[in-house]
Structures are given as C-alpha cells and as structure tokens.
Ligand binder design. Structure first.
Ligand code: ATP
Ligand code: MG
Length: 428
C-alpha cells in the first residue's frame, strides 16, 4: 500500500476524550472514528487488525470442529419471551419496534436464536454433539461506554454455542474450548489467564473469564506466577486448570491455596468468557432430541465468547511505548513499513519503488511511505502505527546499496543489503 494513496488520517494532537493509551493510540493512528457514544466506524488500518484477529479466532474454532454460521443482529422479542429473558435483561438491551408494531431487539447475545435454529433441525441423538459459532456485531446499551472499543455499545464478538447429550460430554466440550482459547490468544501474542467466574447454581465451576494483564484493566487479578512461563505444550486443561487465579473480592488471602510469594497481582482485561449452563435454554425453548431407546433428551448447552473488537484495544494496552503501538506480528496491519527518507530523489524513488513491488509480489504486506514529507514525520508516523519491521532507505542506500532494518519492538537497527535481508526473510 502506498501511503500517498491510502486513507490513514493520523492525528498529531492527543484526543482529549481518550483516557487510556489504546483509545488515544487508535484515534491517533487513524484506526477508528467515533460515530456516537460507544459506536465506532473502523477505518482501513483498524479494519485490517480487526480482520486479522477475526481470522485467527475463526481458524482456531474451525480447528476444533466448531462450525461457523452468521446470525442476524436484529431479533424478534418473541424468542426472548420464550426463554424468559426479555423482561429480565434490562436497559442494556436496545428494544425496537418494526413498522407493524412488533417488538424487536438488537441482539446483545444469541442463545435464543441459536437454540431456535437447532430445535428446528436437530431431532435425533445422532445429530449431536454440535458446536456452532459466529463472529458478528452485538449491541449492549452500556451505562458507561468508555475506553474506546474496549467497552463499546456496539461491538464485534465471537459467540459460540455447544449442544451435547450429557453433562460429561458437555464438560469435555468445555475443556476443549478452554484449551483452544489459550492457544487462540497465544497466537496473538497474549498470555490469557482463565479466572473462575460466577456461573450460578447450574454451572458449577464451569465458567471462566479469560483475562490478560495490562495496567488499565478493570479488575484486579491474583494468579500463580507459573502462568508467566507457560509453554504452548502446557496449554492444556489439566495443567492450567490446576493453577490458581482469582479476581477482585474472590481472592481471599486467608484461603488462598498457594503461598504469598507465588502470587502475582495485576490488573486484568477480560477478553473472553466461557460458560456452561446446562439445559437452561433448551428446556425453556423445548429443544429435545430422541435418544437411542426412543427416550427424550434435553441437550446440555454452553456458550463461549471472545471480544474480537475489544481485543484490538487490549492488545495495544499490552503492546505500546511512548512512541506508539507495537503490533505482535500475527495481528499487525502490515508486516513491513517501507520508508523512503528522500522522496523526490529520482534515483532513490526508483530503488524504493522497485523494492516495494518486489516485496509485494513476494506476498509481504507492505505499507510504503512514499509521501513528500520530512523524514522525521515519516519515522514518527511509522512508530505510531506500530508496523513490526521498518525498512528505511536513504543516503546509504544510494551510496552503499544498504537499507536500515529497524525492529519496532526492540528498537534495534541493522544495516544490510536488500539482497541479504530478502535472503534472511526467505529462510525464516
Ligand atoms: P464485561 O464484564 O466486560 O461487561 P461480559 O461478562 O458482559 O463482559 P460476555 O457477555 O461474557 O461479557 O461477552 C463476551 C466477551 O465480549 C467479553 O469477554 C468481552 O471480551 C466482550 N465484551 C463484552 N462487553 C463488551 C463491550 N461492551 N464492548 C466490547 N467488548 C465487550
Ligand atoms: Mg458486560
């Protein structure tokens, strides 16, 4: 992408309304635009990140055999009257009437819609287990939308729903999704800490909020130091579920099973939540299947959320410095930021254009700053938007044929020939 032709409205001023780093940086980096309180438009740079996260989430769901669907954002009130939640849900639900005066709502979650779908098609035990998920927009009229996309009113969520024949099977599904969440977040460069959450009487201990550590988190979490060094191979239910983690008042130092010196205390951002709730919806909405002996079985359900749009902010909270965002490679909007520090110099322009085309042809996602701007402006812009690898071309490119490779995270700079760098990348 040539920056001269891109739509990247970066801001120099620090937006006054933004209280936390990720919100400030997302506005300054031209990723989002506030349409109204808690409701945002995603601009090209922001959308690229949102879609990378969406893709990772979808791949990891597909990998464990969940199937993707897409449900509508608008739902009839009648389904929520069936489940009994229409009156309970309160003011977070945006209620709307259509032209025929029928009560509708903008879905804050989709248990009712998915149960309605499944009950229409799934009639026999042979059709279960099944886990369906979608990635779509939700609306919750939060009393205090804040921190940009971290607590929006309209937000993008992965929501999955499982249907099993027995409690034991539902528990196995729950464990599988728990493990898959650990790996999903790891792919984004995050260590998620599953903290046991309230699940009411039915759920037992099968409800976890996945938290990541960042100074601006809304809750305080207390966790076993072992979390900080978990390897990918250790990301299993058996290993991780045994580790201590608790949030806010649930942590009671007097009752804590591990010693004080093994406890880490930090602020946590909730990026996902999984929940087993038995037959709550299947029972209320008459979802039953016929068992092997003709008996009727009420499927056991669970629901599994990931805050996809919240993750964009959360990843920035965990990855930034005074100069801007530092994207982990897998979610970076572009892999390479190419800076021509002497735009207008015909010789350098030609070499830079060439390199831009070569890299693009090789499949790299390159943001090429070809603007007629001062080098200082280009450097600070590239730092602000956080592209992991910068290639800087200037006088030395003309004199010695080398470019400067800058690692945005470490700040490390190396001079090398373009060929040497290309070879290095090819061998990765
Ligand atoms: P919170 O306690 O933060 O309000 P929740 O318990 O209401 O979250 P869930 O219903 O479990 O959230 O939704 C699943 C995920 O969706 C959450 O873990 C979070 O990452 C995300 N999420 C929830 N509410 C919002 C919101 N208002 N804005 C952005 N993301 C949200
Ligand atoms: Mg909430």
């Amino acid at each position: 992408m040539r920056l001269s032709q891109y739509f990247l409205p970066t801001l120099k001023e620090i937006p006054a309304e933004a209280q936390i780093a990720s919100h400030r940086l997302m506005l300054r980096a031209g990723m989002i635009n506030q349409t109204t309180a808690g409701i945002y438009s995603w601009l090209p740079l922001g959308l690229r990140v949102l879609q990378k996260i969406e893709k990772i989430v979808a791949e990891e769901q597909d990998r464990i055999g969940c199937h993707r669907v897409l449900m509508p954002t608008l739902q009839p009130a009648s389904l929520w009257q069936e489940s009994g939640r229409y009156d309970d849900y309160g003011k977070e639900m945006l209620r709307i009437k259509d032209r025929h005066d029928r009560d509708m709502l903008y879905g804050p979650t989709n248990e009712e819609v998915i149960t309605d779908i499944v009950r229409q098609y799934v009639k026999s035990y042979r059709q279960l287990p099944q886990t369906l998920y979608q990635i779509g927009w939700k609306f919750r009229d939060e009393i205090r939308p804040r921190f940009g996309v971290m607590r929006g009113r309209e937000f993008f969520m992965k929501d999955g729903y499982s249907f099993d024949l027995t409690y034991e099977a539902a528990k196995e599904t729950y464990k599988r999704i728990y493990e898959s969440y650990l790996l999903t977040f790891r792919r984004m460069g995050l260590t998620a800490i599953p903290v046991q959450a309230d699940s009411g009487a039915i759920g037992g201990d099968l409800s976890h909020e996945f938290q990541i550590v960042a100074p601006t988190g809304e809750s305080t979490i207390y966790y076993d130091a072992a979390y900080d060094s978990l390897t990918k191979e250790e990301m299993t239910w058996d290993r991780v579920h045994g580790l201590y983690a608790a949030a806010d008042e649930k942590h009671d130092p007097a009752k804590c099973p591990i010693s004080e010196d093994r406890i880490r205390t930090a602020r946590g951002i909730e990026i996902g939540h999984i929940f087993y709730f038995g037959t709550k919806y299947s029972k209320a909405m008459n979802l039953t299947v016929t068992g092997p002996n003709g008996e009727s079985i009420i499927p056991e359900m669970g629901s599994y959320g990931i805050g996809v749009s919240r993750l964009v902010g959360a990843i920035i909270e965990a990855n930034h410095d005074d100069n801007g965002i530092i994207w982990p490679d897998p979610v970076a909007p572009f892999q390479i930021g190419l800076i021509n520090a002497k735009s207008g110099d015909p010789k350098l322009d030609a070499i830079a254009n060439d390199l831009y085309q070569t890299l693009t042809k090789q499949g790299f996602e390159v943001l090429y700053d070809d603007r007629d701007e001062r080098p200082g402006v280009k450097f600070s812009n590239m730092d602000l938007i956080g592209i992991p690898t910068q290639i800087i071309m200037g006088n030395r490119t003309l004199e010695q044929g080398t470019v400067e490779i800058k690692n945005r995270r470490t700040g490390e700079r190396t001079d090398m020939s373009i060929e040497a760098w290309l070879n290095k990348m090819a061998s990765k």
